[in-house]
Design a protein around this ligand. Structure first.
Ligand SMILES: Cc1cc2nc3c(=O)[nH]c(=O)nc-3n(C[C@H](O)[C@H](O)[C@H](O)COP(=O)(O)O)c2cc1C
Length: 212
């Protein structure tokens, strides 16, 4: 079984997408499965990268939600990959996607998930399953919390189902989850984070409310 883990976040470190792929990887490793890692954090893929996609029978994408959709650099990569794969006959590639977003509610990622499903059908790939995850901003901060516990209770359940589907090459309905953590506390923590970063960038709190 050849599985490609594709991180579609433009961040080179501390991305929620990377920490989600790491969690899923540890579940698959329990079954002796290894994965190959790729970064689609740029708008163009090399021929070598596209050749690599061809040899995998499972592609697992993880990316952030941007303006209710797929980040533009990743969309470019997908368009390029679709054209490249058009010449491959009798493709048997299954696609799974993990989309995380800044809003608390995972169902915010529904449209982006549909875009991935549409891309699959256009590129003649098979859709496996999608997991849409809310409150992505706190994921890198709680990376040491074990999967299935505390704020990651629902994530644990969703990822076990996703890992099973990947292992068996099966498809199932998409899952949308929010953290097992009070919404109000997430909002307060996010606001504190913004105030901290605006200070670190030499600006004042009132600058957060500047309108152009
Ligand atoms: C340009 C841009 C657009 C975004 N649009 C949305 C959005 O429409 N809805 C949302 O919930 N979060 C949105 N976000 C927040 C990201 O989805 C969120 O920060 C995510 O956790 C980043 O994931 P990553 O660390 O894997 O890159 C946006 C972030 C950026 C930078």
């Amino acid at each position: 079984m050849e599985i490609a883990f594709i991180n579609g976040s433009p961040k080179t470190k501390d991305s929620a997408s990377a920490s989600l792929l790491q969690e899923l990887k540890s579940l698959l490793e329990q079954d002796g499965i290894t994965t190959s890692d790729y970064n689609f954090n740029k708008p163009m893929l090399s021929i070598e990268e596209m050749e690599q996609m061809k040899v995998h029978n499972t592609l697992v994408f993880a990316f952030p939600l941007y303006v209710d959709g797929i980040p533009s650099h990743l969309l470019n990569c997908l368009t390029q990959l679709e054209a490249f794969l058009a010449s491959v006959k009798e493709k048997d590639i299954k696609v799974y996607s993990i989309v995380n977003c800044g809003f608390y509610e995972g169902h915010q990622t529904k449209l982006a998930m549909e875009m991935m499903e549409n891309w699959c059908s256009k590129a003649e790939l098979k859709w496996g399953q999608g997991v849409g995850i809310g409150a992505g901003g706190m994921l890198p901060m709680i990376k040491n919390v074990p999967l299935g516990h505390g704020p990651k209770k629902s994530l644990g359940k969703a990822f076990r189902e996703l890992a099973n589907n990947i292992l068996n090459g099966t498809s199932q309905d998409n899952i949308f989850i929010s953290p097992n953590f009070p919404r109000i506390l997430y909002k307060l923590a996010a606001e504190m984070g913004w105030r901290k970063s605006i200070k670190a960038n030499g600006l004042k709190r009132k600058d957060l409310f500047t309108r152009k």
